[in-house]
Unconditional design. Structure first.
Length: 330
């Protein structure tokens, strides 16, 4: 099965993996954490092969011709169909890939690619100090995958699913890259927040400089202190603006602050912070402006403060669902 997985990795890297093969690969990866580790390790090896600079340069064309000669394809076998020919070439590439993998793992100056560390925050947030001295704070329902040893190598790279706040140990010679939902967030040394979900993606910089781009490097956008990058997944629209509130990482600090913020935005922020749902009975109140600061307050206290400011009533049906009724802007 491992050889087939390597075939899939090779095809996946060139966008030649069929839908059926994608599903088979996904199911296999989900079967066992060791399967996922095998996939991630070999995927990284294959992706790094372009940057490997061995003392010899493999000649794939010559290798294929020798492979044909050995098998006497043109002498003793009938003509192959395009499909058979395609898979025989893949087999040859597979042999080359395995050989290249062995070379990478045995060379004395190799980066440690054979370790995969996965940090998962389920019901509670989690903070971890990484091997390069950086610190990551994972919000709940989030996962960070670290492949290799971040303390060595030409770059530091992790993969994020969900939401996290990063404090990156500065090292100008080795950029820190976070792969998240088809995008790369690259930084030399800074602190910033990243969130990705079904609705979109958000990057907010607290201090320093961050570059956001597609995996191929296109559409690169640089952000500095208190700048925010927001991608709306439904429309594909990208907005870059300023966010001095620091509410993006309120789940880490316990502090919520609003300065003449539209009530609709206030309620969405509170929903994310407390993992609740809020229904505003009168849509006309969405544009009301709210100013206040809360530290380590519970959801009920915050909502009662909003209700008092706009002559509203707070009701709840339980299970984390709240209703704001009546009210008007001041």
């Amino acid at each position: 099965m491992e050889e087939k997985v390597i075939q899939w990795i090779i095809l996946e890297s060139s966008n030649a993996l069929s839908k059926q093969e994608q599903n088979q690969l996904r199911l296999w990866r989900e079967e066992d954490p060791q399967n996922e580790q095998f996939y991630q390790t070999n995927r990284l090896i294959w992706s790094q092969s372009d940057s490997v600079s061995p003392s010899w340069t493999p000649d794939i064309t010559t290798a294929w011709e020798r492979f044909e000669s050995t098998q006497q394809i043109h002498k003793t076998k009938p003509a192959k169909t395009n499909k058979s020919f395609r898979w025989m070439r893949i087999a040859a590439v597979l042999v080359f890939a395995i050989g290249l993998s062995v070379w990478i793992f045995l060379r004395p100056d190799r980066t440690s690619l054979d370790t995969t560390t996965v940090y998962t925050a389920d019901q509670e947030s989690l903070n971890k100090r990484l091997s390069d001295g950086s610190t990551v704070y994972l919000n709940r329902s989030s996962k960070l995958t670290v492949i290799g040893d971040l303390s060595s190598g030409v770059q530091r790279k992790v993969k994020l699913e969900g939401e996290a706040f990063f404090e990156i140990n500065k090292d100008p010679s080795r950029p820190f890259i976070i792969e998240v939902d088809g995008m790369n967030v690259q930084v030399l040394g800074t602190s910033f927040h990243v969130r990705s979900n079904d609705a979109g993606m958000e990057v907010v910089v607290r201090e320093g400089k961050v570059a956001v781009a597609h995996l191929d490097g296109s559409d690169r956008i640089e952000l500095t202190d208190h700048q925010r990058f927001v991608l709306d997944r439904s429309t594909g629209k990208v907005v870059v603006d300023r966010d001095p509130t620091e509410n993006a990482w309120s789940w880490q600090t316990g502090i919520l602050q609003f300065q003449a913020t539209p009530l609709n935005e206030v309620l969405r922020t509170i929903e994310r912070h407390y993992h609740i749902r809020i229904n505003l009975a009168n849509p006309a109140n969405e544009s009301c402006r709210f100013t206040s600061r809360f530290q380590q307050a519970d959801a009920s206290t915050v909502l009662q403060s909003i209700a008092g400011a706009f002559s509203m009533e707070v009701r709840t049906s339980g299970q984390g669902i709240y209703y704001l009724t009546d009210g008007k802007c001041r």
